[in-house]
Design a protein around this ligand. Structure first.
Ligand code: SF4
Length: 75
């Protein structure tokens, strides 16, 4: 069974969002509301937030619903 995945890219990294895995803990939007806002569409927008801040927040997701991949050519 495949899990539906959405992709959000800021030119350096891509956030992968797997809604079926989200347990709605709120950790992401309480920690970094500029990027994660469930009232907005799309609810993930990276804007001017640094890649480091985004990566640090994504790593706090307790369910693995959001994860990071580096874009080609990036570390
Ligand atoms: S931190 Fe992870 S599990 Fe919690 S609301 Fe955000 S995506 Fe869902």
């Amino acid at each position: 069974m495949s899990i539906k995945t959405h992709h959000y890219n800021n030119g350096e990294i891509t956030i992968l969002w797997q809604p079926a895995l989200c347990i709605h803990s709120g950790i992401c939007f309480r920690g970094l509301a500029e990027v994660f806002d469930p009232r907005r569409k799309p609810w993930i927008e990276m804007g001017e937030v640094t890649t480091t801040a985004i990566v640090n927040q994504v790593h706090k997701c307790p369910s693995g619903a959001i994860s990071i991949v580096s874009n080609p050519g990036m570390q």
